[in-house]
Structure formats: structure tokens, C-alpha cells
Design a protein around this ligand. Structure first.
Ligand SMILES: O=C(O)CCC(=O)C(=O)O
Length: 232
């Protein structure tokens, strides 16, 4: 697999209002300060939704963990995010909500073992963001909109500057690379194939379900720009 790919928007689009409703259930006190205090200025905090049971460092997705990742008690409070995760057909390790408060920033740094060649990658779904949030990867700005699904290679240098007046929240999902993801990252899979590779998307991509049931997941493909809605 190419080691050079650094960013890619993946073909699933989620309901931003339902994502925001999930993030809103946590009180201010439930957000834990990010462990990597040397890289940020201001307030960067998170909620672990999947973690290694009994992990010593909150929010730390320990690559050497001996136990398997499992849903946390916080995940039980989520109405929509479990469906979002089901729609992404990969094994998930760490899953977190990460909040970069208004006026805060994450300095340019790189992480490790999060490239396609490492077998695990980090996906982001912006839950709440703002045009004045600047995410930079490899010295290039990457504009990400609420509800989109992005692969970003965090082995590469990146930084975030939240110059807006809103707290920026992302759903951050660490996924084991499988054929579905590998094809997309290598530019071999079409968006349509990618949608059909998602069990939930395949089940809900029938036109007859559009508008009939509660929207959980929306999927857009270049060939079929209509939004396919996922039954609850
Ligand atoms: O929240 C972000 O966009 C950056 C996340 C990050 O820097 C990290 O996970 O190391």
C-alpha cells in the first residue's frame, strides 16, 4: 500500500444534528483533559467511547495494550454514534469525542503508527466545527465539514487552530485497515462500491427507504447524488 497518502474524504456522510445531540449529553465535568498537554494551548479534552478496559491514561489509545478495546459506559449514552460506527465496516479500536475549545490550538506535531502501512488509521467525523477552525496537514489546510468522514494520516505533521467562538468537536475513530478501507485509500474502490461494502449502507441504500424512516446515516455517491437514508 502507498505510504504517501495523507488525506481522503470517505464516501459516508452522517447527520450532523444527531451527532451534535449525542455530544451534548455530556456535562462539562465529564470531558477529560487530553493527556498530551505539551502539544496544546487552551483547552483540549475528550470522552472515551471505546477504550482498553482499565487503561491508566484516559483518552490514550495505547498501541501496546494487551486487552481488546471495548465500549465504555459513555458509549451507552449515545443514541446515534453506534449506528455511525456500524456504517463504517472496519474493526474499531479507540473511539473518542475530542473537543478543542474556542480559542484553543494544537501545535504542529506528528503521531505514530497511524498510517495505512501500519495497519491502523485514524478517521475523523467533524461533529461541530466552524470556518474559522484551521486544520493543517503537511502544511496544507484541510477543510472538513460537519458530518463528513475523513481519513487523515496523523503520522504526518498536523496542527489545529480554533480561532472561532465555538468549541470544535470531532468524533475520532481508530480503525483496523481492511480490504474496504485499503481499496479506498489506494484509489481503487468507487464510492458506490464503498457504500455497498458497508453492511448498514447496503441495507439502507434502497430508494424506497428515502424519507420513510428516521435518518441515521446519509450516503452520497458521485453516480447517485441522492441521499440514501438509513433506517433507525
Ligand atoms: O483534533 C484534531 O484534529 C487533531 C488530533 C490530533 O492531533 C491527534 O489525534 O493527535
Amino acid at each position: 500500500m502507498s505510504a504517501t497518502i495523507s488525506r481522503l474524504r470517505l464516501p459516508l456522510v452522517f447527520d450532523r444534528e444527531r451527532l451534535q445531540a449525542d455530544a451534548a449529553v455530556f456535562s462539562a465535568a465529564e470531558w477529560t483533559a487530553h493527556f498530551n498537554r505539551s502539544v496544546y494551548a487552551g483547552d483540549w479534552s475528550g470522552i472515551a467511547l471505546r477504550a482498553v478496559p482499565g487503561a491508566n491514561v484516559a483518552l490514550f489509545p495505547d498501541p501496546s495494550a494487551k486487552l481488546a478495546f471495548a465500549d465504555t459506559a459513555a458509549m451507552q449514552k449515545m443514541n446515534y454514534i453506534p449506528a455511525v460506527l456500524d456504517a463504517i465496516p472496519c474493526t474499531k479500536n479507540s473511539v473518542r469525542l475530542l473537543k478543542l475549545a474556542a480559542g484553543s490550538s494544537i501545535r504542529r506535531h506528528r503521531d505514530y503508527y497511524l498510517g495505512p502501512e501500519d495497519g491502523e488509521v485514524r478517521l475523523h467525523v467533524p461533529v461541530r466545527t466552524h470556518p474559522d477552525v484551521e486544520f493543517v496537514l503537511d502544511d496544507e489546510r484541510v477543510p472538513m465539514a460537519e458530518g463528513e468522514l475523513w481519513f487523515l494520516n496523523f503520522n504526518h505533521y498536523h496542527s489545529v487552530d480554533n480561532r472561532s467562538g465555538v468549541d470544535r468537536i470531532h468524533l475520532v475513530i481508530d480503525c483496523v485497515v481492511n480490504d474496504w478501507l485499503r481499496q479506498l485509500l489506494e484509489g481503487r474502490g468507487s464510492w458506490r462500491q464503498a457504500c455497498l461494502g458497508s453492511p448498514r449502507a447496503a441495507r439502507i441504500a434502497r430508494p424506497t427507504t428515502v424519507g420513510r424512516k428516521r435518518s441515521l446515516v446519509s450516503i452520497r455517491t458521485p453516480r447517485s447524488p441522492a441521499v440514501c437514508r438509513c433506517a433507525a
